[in-house]
Design a protein. Structure first.
Ligand code: IMP
Length: 174
């Protein structure tokens, strides 16, 4: 058991809930009458995706993918490793990648390139958080919850060394 970090709330749960609901309404309107395949990027996006998908009114299928660009450190290695692939076929489907945070952009860029080769009908991305100041590849999420400064955040699915994913608010170190 590690010494707990001293944390303060950056984005409170009520603000997250309101923004996630609004994103869900927007996505539902954009995909009205279409079937969506949500590609949830484990493990960080699991909490966000669980809330977001319950605001979608279009026919939706959930699948999960896992890649790793981080060890236990808080800075990226630049290396993306594939840990778990999708079970669904992507070909001919409307695919929405659900990410927790876009930081350097390497992970999202890798996923977009990889899934594009599988011939989806359409392919877009949705992220709860964006840290544009740290970008290493020129990439913008299609749907975005909040833009934040260059801070390391935890909670609402985001971890530090696998801890704090269960916090209901998005927090930063004091
Ligand atoms: P990227 O490839 O640098 O864009 O990093 C994306 C991944 O790094 C995210 O899906 C997170 O898992 C992790 N990450 C980046 N910034 C943070 C943070 O502030 N807190 C927790 N995880 C982060």
């Amino acid at each position: 058991m590690e010494e707990p970090l001293s944390l303060r709330v950056l984005i409170p749960r009520e603000e997250i809930a309101a923004r996630v609901a609004a994103m869900g309404r927007q996505i539902s309107a954009d995909y009205a009458g279409k079937e969506l395949l949500l590609v949830v990027v484990l493990r960080g996006a699991a909490v966000f995706a669980a809330d977001l998908c319950r605001h979608l009114t279009t026919q939706t299928v959930l699948d999960f993918i896992s890649v790793s660009s981080y060890g236990s450190a808080t800075s990226t290695s630049g290396v993306v490793r594939f840990l778990k692939d999708l079970e669904e076929s992507v070909e001919g489907r409307h695919v929405l990648i659900v990410e927790d945070i876009v930081d350097t952009g390497l992970t999202l860029n890798y996923l977009l390139e990889n899934l594009r080769t599988r011939k989806p009908a359409s392919l877009v991305s949705c992220t709860l958080l964006d840290k544009p100041s740290r970008r290493r590849v020129d990439i913008q999420p299609d749907y975005l919850g909040f833009t934040i400064d260059d801070l390391f955040v935890v909670g609402y699915g985001l971890d530090f060394d696998q801890y704090y994913r269960n916090l209901p608010d998005i927090c930063v170190q004091r």
